[in-house]
Design a protein around this ligand. Sequence first.
Ligand SMILES: Cc1ncc(COP(=O)(O)O)c(C=O)c1O
Length: 306
Amino acid sequence: MSENYVYYQGELVKEDDVKISVRSKAFNYGLGVFEGIRAYWDDEEEQLYGFKLKEHYERLKQSAKTVNLNFDLTVDDLCRGTVELLKKNNCRQTTYIRPIVYNDAQDIGPTLDVKDVKVVIYTQPLNKYAGKPELSVGVTSWRRLSNNQLPPRTKATAAYMNSALAALETKRAGFDEAIFLTNGDNVCEGSGENIFIFKKGKLITPPPSDNILEGITRELVMKLAREEMGLEVLERSISRSELYVADEVFFSGTAMEVTPIVEVDHRTIGNGHEGEVCKQIKKLFFGLTTGRNPKYTESCTPVYEK
Ligand SMILES: Cc1ncc(COP(=O)(O)O)c(C=O)c1O
């Protein structure tokens, strides 16, 4: 029995009242798209801030449109519904928000030309996702799905079999996380995060044409590096061996936040500890997630009325 509420088809309902059939196409074929969002708790202010809600729901709508899982709720409806849900669940710690749009038709066959599209959002507490402050990662033998196999910018549920296979392989090999290469041998991203390298004074990250998910945290990291740190930021292909000789490597993502990588395929990165650029970006990032940086308050939606 869960005491939690979820947002389901535009309303807040008890989590236990939402059922999904064993026949649902979402369950049988993974026909859905989703988001991962954080809400950050500020202990001093006793306030929770939904972080970049609008950007996440715009991406969700685009994902749904791309795979033909259209639904009527607007970005504003979803943002409002999320704030109401966080309030209803009395979330008073940093929380992960998981919206899913899925094909709930129940006939046999993996089809997307359906009307039975459902939208559900649930919440769960999430502090640190990485499990460690500094990561050792390995390049996986699995390749990232390309745009003409399963569009990476859609955040499709089915694509996470690809992520899970990579994570399984690299975790069994003793690493903390996986790095995917593209079918064309370029560095792509982690199983659920984007990647950056810092080399010769420049911050470099793979471009969307290398089949990455266009991360919302990635966008913010590029902005912070350019505008707050005056760094040159390049979106260009990166080859595997460039990782080994980078001065710094780090991940960005909603769950992973900004997390340094200190080893790739057993090669030590830099001096084997978090580098200065990553440290500074992390400081800027955590300095704005609870509305404390006036330049970035638009990214933070307060949940509780004061
Ligand atoms: C495959 C993949 N890449 C990158 C990211 C990072 O994206 P964001 O910063 O929008 O969370 C995620 C997480 O959503 C992801 O699943």
